[in-house]
Design a protein. Sequence first.
Length: 717
Amino acid sequence: MNAWKLSLPLFMGLAAATSSFADDFNNPPPPSIIGITTISNAQRQITFTPYPSADEFRMLRSGTLASNSWTEDLTGVFSGSTWVHPQSSSNAFFQLEVTPLSSNALLSATILSKLTYGPTPDLLDRLATIDPDVFISEQLNPETIAENVSLSHTNINYLSSKFGTPTNVLVATGSTGPATAVIADLRAWLALYAVGANRQLHEILTQFVDNHFVTQYAKDVSHLAGLQFHPNILMRFGAEIEWRELSRWRQTLMNPTGTFLNLLTTSAESPAMIIYLDTVSSRGNGANVPNENYSRELLELFTMGVDNGYDQSDITNMAPCWTGWTVEMVQSSQASNVFAPKTTVFIDPNAPNRNAYTNLVGVWAFNFKPNNHATYAKTIFGGKMVPARFGTTYTTKNYGSGVPGLYQLTIPARTGTNGIQDGYDVLSHLAALPFTQEYISVKLCRLFVHEDFATGYDYTDPTLSDEGKLVQQCMASWESSGGQLRPVLATIFNSALFRGNGGNSHKVKTPFEYTVSAIRALRSSTNGSGAMGSFTASTDGYGLVHSVGGGVQSQGSEAPMGRMGGMILFSRTDPDGYPESGAGWVSAGTLAERIRYVQTLLMQSGITNKTDGNFYQSRNITDPVTLLRLRLPVLADQKDASKVADLFLSLIYPGEGKASLDEYRTHAMNYLNTDDSGANSSPFNLLTPSNVANNIYDTRVRGMVAMLMSLQRFNEQ
């Protein structure tokens, strides 16, 4: 461990500190003493700059600046970034010393906030006994982790049974079995896996990929709305096609050699994407002008990034490649045949309009219509060369044109079913370009490190920033592995930026991350079984994502996630996905809703106000007193405000360091020792520990935990 020291003579007033360390994310400067204030005739206060993850502060004192004359001054008290001590008539020099968290403790905290949806008490126990790199390796290889999440709630198997490949989503009856899921079921399923899965990185990446290749459930539903289907069928159709693409992405993420091209192909073939960006109706035959929506977003948002290696002409020239890509209702046995004809199996062969879709038996699937395809040759990125900023690895590479560095893509004229190959040629080409490697690497670095990464680095610059170097290393891993995902992720997780202060608490949690992490922070299996009913915090899934009532568009808007800024899974209107940056989620209103959520979460079950206007929120359950009893089995400790505060601070803020949490600790102890009015002293040690509803002890512990989760640092990861 390192200890920074800084000297300041009190009689000189203020002095500036100097440091040879860069004032950046990974090498924070040592704390500097910035002010001296006389509080009263009896006390003086020294103020200093905060220091991240400080485990201990010590104030040293000396009458001279001699190196061997310093002794610790124990007369003062630290509180946050201040030290208060008795006023003295004699002048002296003071030296501030900080001991940061150990590198292993910091890394453990980082991986629990970035590779999972937040630490649980049980995971904190495990990380205290193993090398954090063991945990990273496990999460990078999810197929090696035994997954028992289905034990944690009966809703998981119930919901899973409602998905799958249906015989016919349009004629399914009842509320259970294949083809009966609605979008609330899929959202709840994702929430349950986020809360309870052992394969946490798999869940993080599932959400990242789904948000990157964003689609909109309401658009799925509206596509069939004009065909006279019953509203229940429309909702089931929307949920089904969203599930199909999600399950394919999850399969790729479970594959040790899964690539970005695999994910990209799944997205392009997904009926949800084909409908969302209007490829479903795009035609290039005759005088028809191909729709450019998918072509534009494919370049701008899914592969190359904004203004990164393409222009409008490339969007226009690529659009014909996707003509003919559509969806069709085919016989269920032909669902994987992209050239299958429309089903001719009828519900009622004698119906007056027996060919109407509402009278057909089949499934909606990705389908290619050769007659709608633009059969002429196409040239994309005509004459464009890889910029010198990428370096010789890319400027000398052959991208199929025969000219080093020329990434022009020439697609021949194709007729009939051969026309579908146009799209696959585009996907393969885009996945191999440095622009795509850069853009996706930047997004992954923003996800797992901090927001300050960008496209456009000059990778030949000898003064390239640490962020630029990490992106370059990710691109090298991509290039050498053929676009495999895990080597790129391993590069990030092995980087100094991720392992130091640069990877710790520089991001604001999204509403999904915030709601899930609050439950996980208090979630321990009381008997180690991991079975439903044994946890000190739980949810049924719907309590995080679902609202009472509401139509296709508004469903979920009154759920906690919806109230924190409108994060409703599968309902993003814009194709850029929900923001990863904090600016998209931080406002007075959204932060107030976060406080509202944790206060409701910490309420005892059965209290009327726990629903907070939405019945489903009563299904988010916590029992912090049972948790503290497990962790503090001695009765005297359960009545000790300092030990109870320290326990929950260690569970909620494992990456902060004890010294950094001084103020939070003081507030927590004061809360425990104050009556419910907030005005009168009420010693915590006189209360009888209990988790019975409305018991003073239970209420006070719950309120204290809710307060800690309402503070700034719990919003960070």
